[in-house]
Design a protein around this ligand. Structure first.
Ligand code: NAI
Ligand code: A1CAB
Length: 276
């Protein structure tokens, strides 16, 4: 078997990348995916028409998947990354670029688990990649050439915004854009709950909250959009929004968000240390 892109560990994040790339025109016959469970492999095969193998059934599924691959995207949980790298190492094509989407796994940890000289690129994507509105950071490893980094950036540009950052910044990127979609969904959940508490039918309130976050997102997507200016345009002097924002400020919402992001970044650093 010879596939161009092997997705090893195709859960939430790698599925979002897989879907985003297929939607952008990557051909399904150029893609292979591995997962733990057979049912999940069947689901991916059915949903996308790609070849998907389960490690539970074919213990060498990961090795089979990388033979002939030019790009290997590792999408397992951080704890499983280096074992997986060691598993595929012996059969990895020498020039294959190994991309990790895992939080907290350093380039050094990944390089140590792979054959010497293997090109590695550490990324931090987010799930809106599925709809072509993701954010992906890219950091090249010791053996990744400029050309390889640029090729991965070009491929991932199909998923949304691509930024290249020094590795020291990945934990912060993760705390803003990696985890960020969850913050936005959390806001939508809280808005829906708030509307229900004000007497709206919960289903209607959820619909209003969802569409409002979507609509605001579209406005933020316009070139040069400034969130503060857009917020001010909704906030009439002495009107209703002003009271809501004043309440958020009094309750320290910006600090709460900063604390949350700091906790996320600290957790990344702690996982890196735990992985050793
Ligand atoms: N979910 C997200 O929004 C983001 C996740 N990430 C990173 O992506 C990675 C995966 O996270 P999720 O997709 O959320 O987890 P997940 O649990 O949804 O997906 C992991 C997948 O890997 C499979 N798997 C585990 N061990 C395997 C092995 N040895 N061989 C083949 N498949 C194996 C599992 O069956 C599962 O399908 C993590 O390292 C995480 O830090 C990064 C950015 C955002
Ligand atoms: O929660 C996590 O650990 C992963 C990394 C960024 C988003 N999800």
């Amino acid at each position: 078997m010879s596939y161009k892109i092997a997705f090893l560990g195709c859960g939430s994040m790698n599925e979002a990348i897989l879907a985003g790339l297929l939607a952008a025109g990557v051909h399904k016959t150029d893609v292979i995916a591995t997962v733990r469970r057979g049912e999940r492999a069947d689901e991916l095969a059915k949903r996308y028409g790609v070849t998907a193998m389960a490690t539970g059934e074919e213990s060498d599924a990961n090795q089979q998947a990388v033979r002939g691959a030019s790009l290997v995207i590792i999408g397992v949980k951080p704890i499983g990354v280096t074992d997986l790298a060691a598993e595929i190492g012996p059969v990895l094509p020498h020039g294959a670029v190994v991309v990790s989407v895992a939080a907290a796994v350093s380039i050094e940890q990944l390089e140590r688990a792979l054959p010497a000289g293997q090109p590695v690129i550490r990324t931090m994507p987010n799930t809106p990649a599925r709809v072509g509105r993701g954010v992906v950071s890219v950091s090249g490893g010791t053996n990744a050439t400029r050309e390889q980094i640029d090729q991965v950036k070009e491929l991932f540009a199909n998923l949304g915004l691509v930024v290249e950052v020094p590795e020291e910044q990945v934990d912060a990127v993760s705390a803003v854009s990696g985890s960020g979609p969850a913050y936005a969904f959390y806001l939508a959940e809280a808005m829906a709950d708030a509307g229900a508490k004000l007497g709206l039918d919960p289903e209607l309130s959820l619909l209003l909250a969802r569409e409002t976050v979507v609509g605001a997102g579209y406005m933020l997507a316009e070139p040069g959009a400034d969130p503060a200016a857009l917020r001010k345009a909704v906030t009439s002097p002495n009107g209703t929004t002003e009271r809501a924002i004043a309440t958020f400020e009094e309750r320290g919402l910006p600090d709460i968000i900063a604390d949350g992001a700091r906790a996320a970044a600290e957790r990344s650093r702690a996982i890196t240390r735990e992985l050793g």
